[in-house]
Design a protein around this ligand. Sequence first.
Ligand SMILES: O=P(O)(O)O[C@@H]1[C@@H](OP(=O)(O)O)[C@H](OP(=O)(O)O)[C@H](O)[C@H](OP(=O)(O)O)[C@H]1OP(=O)(O)O
Ligand SMILES: Nc1ncnc2c1ncn2[C@@H]1O[C@H](COP(=O)(O)OP(=O)(O)OP(=O)(O)O)[C@@H](O)[C@H]1O
Length: 489
Amino acid sequence: MEEEKMDENEWGYHGEGNKSLVVAHAQRCVVLRFLKFPPNRKKTSEEIFQHLQDIVDFGRNVMKEFLGENCVHCGEVVQLPLEFVKQLCLKIQSERPESRCDKDLDTLSGYAMCLPNLTRLQTYCIAEHRPILCVEIKPKCGFIPFSSSVTHEMKHKVCRYCMHQHLKVATGKWKQISKYCPLDLFSGNKQRMHFALKSLLHEAQNNLKIFKNGELIYGCGGARSPAADLRELAHQLKPFFFPSNGLAGGAQCTRAVVRELVHVITRALLSSSDKGRAGALRPGPRGPLVCEASPFSRSFHRQGKNTPERSGLPKGCLLYKTLQVQMLDLLDIEGLYPLYNRVERYLEEFPEERKVLQIDGPYDEAFYQKLLDLSTEDDGTVAFALTKVQQYRAAMTAKDCSIMIALSPCLQDTSPEQRLIVPASRARMAFSVSALDLDLKPYESIPHQHRLDAKIASYYAKTVHAKDGAVAPTRFKEREDCTLVLHKV
Ligand SMILES: O=P(O)(O)O[C@@H]1[C@@H](OP(=O)(O)O)[C@H](OP(=O)(O)O)[C@H](O)[C@H](OP(=O)(O)O)[C@H]1OP(=O)(O)O
Ligand SMILES: Nc1ncnc2c1ncn2[C@@H]1O[C@H](COP(=O)(O)OP(=O)(O)OP(=O)(O)O)[C@@H](O)[C@H]1O
């Protein structure tokens, strides 16, 4: 970036996660994404440059291939004046949430990634001054493991997100259990998707954020009560969905706006983006299509209905492609861990091989090609183990990425045939759908994943499931008129 043009006053705090912090330019549609580290972890400038370059390469050579050209914005690594970074860091510090301040922004290397600002992304048919609404969803893992290596029975019935909720509430990360279940969102069934999105709106946690004209207006664990937040949100979004009528405020308005919003997001999520090669992945058998902990499927069962009808996701949509990449985790962490140990033993004996095995990159075309090998027949080789490890890392990335849906009211003269348009009831919206946070998960995190997985499953089995068992007789009484369920029992 040109040195004389870098003025920290033109940039503002935009958001952060566990590993990076993002600032947005006040006028231009770009952001800078900096890495963050624990205070005592010092990395050299070269290491940071390489790390960022690896992120860009993985996005370009792997995720773009899987998810499609239009949905992935890889950005580029830029070198910034150190004084600019230092001043910027001071300027934004007070805006950072306390819970994220355990890590510091890297101010020493001068390197960052420059990316398009996806909350303000303009498509060809949106005029510069158009208001823009952007919904960011971190959908998490959308399938239940089907691997025979799974030892915790519960993992075949309840999805990881729903199990993890209980541990998160117990450890104080969130105050209450969300009704959101990723399997509902990934079902492709509109009713289930609406339920999932409404649940996210009621309990956003870190899975939903809403931006208006690039500013965060909803989500990220705000201190106010969800109901008050939803009313306020509806007030802010009313002009997008009911541009000309004087829909009264209050609960009726909130419901109407939320309904429109949920319908529009569902349509955008089900729309086909460009091709992407994830559709070509055929990960094989699938686990159950419904999570037993999802309140939606529970209520279906209570009403004596079978599994809700499954319409399935259209193959071209980003949710479908993301799910295909997630399902590269064929063996589950329980089946993967022994293979990781095989690679580790090999590396202990031949440490110099780490580079040849491309454990830390380069994430090039050859790396991508290896991810396409879906064989599950273990021939006992390190090559087999390594392929599964790398596929697992890519799958974990897709399980933790976010989807951004940017929406803007259409101009009157925009042709109705144009592809990227969702008709809302009162206004037509142009939209774009993109994926972000596509950094490949580190090889080193696998032992942590293994431990966490066991902890999540055993906590759930011990507390929630045990409690469910204790109340089972009463519950069955409630369902006495429900022949289907009684037959099943
Ligand atoms: O393990 P999970 O499912 O809790 O996911 C972690 C996320 O927690 P979440 O469940 O979304 O609240 C976690 O999100 P938060 O920092 O809690 O907002 C990170 O995304 C973490 O990834 P990384 O270690 O920073 O690369 C995520 O870790 P990975 O497992 O994806 O590495
Ligand atoms: N290109 C972008 N345009 C607009 N906003 C962005 C962009 N990239 C990131 N953000 C915002 O910054 C936030 C943090 O970014 P990101 O998710 O990449 O952080 P992270 O630390 O890698 O996340 P995690 O906690 O999942 O590891 C995102 O949730 C999103 O709101």
